[in-house]
Write a protein that binds this ligand. Structure first.
Ligand code: F42
Length: 333
């Protein structure tokens, strides 16, 4: 029997207690990992995670993902070290380059993203050793930086990565990689890049928790699952470079209609232009049987954690129950 960890991603866009409620339910229903996204325009990720820590017992959790531009790496390290006191051994860091669109509206300049991610992770690991840190990276420099408390120890680092260099870097320095993709073509490509970094570092693929961070939608009725996936897929299509759309043979005319619709705020036109082929490329959507088949295919790509991400389904609560009853048992002993 193949074993894979199941993770769930929540976007903290609603009042904190709702996300915490979903987190409690996810833990009860057999999920291993919980990821909370980090964007300035949603609820704060660390307040949400702190509340989650207090109400859960075993689920492993962390920001999925934060970035070194919105939050200084020292603050990230401080937040994670403190969370690790609240929930010893249950905390992981998810770090990435940061979402370009939301960062652009903060006025923060996000240059040299690859270097910034490497610097942030280096500072993170060094500060968790509890010693005084001197480090001169391409983007971040720290000198004589030390906590007045002793962190519990190292915390696993996952890197959210899409580009070839970030994927290879994630393989090289990460304990895990969060691949933002749902289709085997994209996941296979990502795994091949991760392997380059793993080889370069002299590690084994089994040293890295290769995670498919998917857009997921499950419902007993196929059309309901597809309908719930459409808005999320519209945003993915709009934000994807043409080269990715071409990789999946998607209709550029429809993709441009989605982009124009979203730009104008005409969501009806945008979501209405999403085609079944786009849903196929950018999400795992369908009945539990269909989802099971697609997860099984991603396992063949070499993933070791499967994350159900936004929208999860037409009704989050019901979909978590459905996943717990009709999906997870197929992949666990
Ligand atoms: N972003 C968020 O802001 N919040 C989230 O909650 C979030 C979750 C998330 C989960 C999984 C995941 O995979 C990604 C997630 N993201 C989230 C998005 C993430 O933050 C990134 O935006 C996304 O992964 C895209 O970044 P990327 O990994 O493709 O890296 C970009 C920067 C890129 O262009 N990479 C290139 C590559 O080949 O990988 C390398 C670019 C490069 O080499 N840059 C040089 C350098 O030194 O950095 C020079 C650049 C210069 O400016 O000079």
């Amino acid at each position: 029997m193949i074993m894979v960890k199941f993770g769930v991603e929540f976007v903290p866009k609603e009042a904190y207690w709702k996300t915490v409620y979903y987190a409690i339910q996810s833990e009860k229903r057999g999920f291993d990992n919980l990821w909370i996204t980090d964007h300035y325009n949603n609820r704060n990720v660390y307040v949400t995670l702190a509340a989650t820590a207090m109400y859960t017992k075993k689920i492993v959790f962390g920001p999925g993902v934060t970035n070194p531009f919105l939050v200084n790496p020292i603050m990230t390290t401080q937040s994670l070290a403190t969370l690790d006191e609240l929930a010893p051994g249950r905390v992981v860091l998810g770090m990435g380059a940061g979402d370009k669109t939301t960062l652009a509206s903060t006025g923060i300049e996000a240059n040299k993203q690859l270097s910034a991610v490497v610097d942030a992770i280096t500072i993170f690991k060094k500060m968790l050793e509890g010693k005084s840190v001197n480090y001169e990276g391409n983007v971040f420099k720290v000198s004589g930086t030390k906590f007045n408390f002793k962190p519990r120890g190292q915390i696993p680092v996952y890197i959210g990565a899409q580009g070839p260099k970030m994927l290879a870097t994630a393989g090289k320095i990460g304990d895990g990689v969060l691949i933002n993709a749902s289709h085997p073509k994209d996941v296979d490509y990502a795994v091949s890049q991760i392997k380059k970094g793993v080889d370069e570092a002299g590690k084994n693929m089994s040293d890295v928790d290769v995670t498919a961070y998917t857009s997921f939608s499950v419902h007993k009725k196929l059309d309901k699952a597809m309908q719930a996936a459409s808005p999320v897929v519209a945003f993915i299509v709009a934000g994807s470079p043409d080269i990715i759309l071409e990789r999946h043979g998607l209709e550029m005319e429809k993709a441009n209609a989605i982009r124009a619709g979203l730009k104008k705020g005409d969501f009806g036109a945008a979501f209405g232009s999403v085609t079944p082929k786009m849903i196929e490329a950018f999400s795992i959507a369908g009945t539990p049987d269909i989802c099971n088949e697609k997860i099984a295919r991603l396992l063949k790509s070499g993933i070791t954690q499967f994350v159900v991400g936004s929208p999860i389904g037409p009704n989050v609560r019901n979909s978590i129950d459905l996943i717990s009853e009709q999906v997870i048992p197929n992949f666990k002993q």
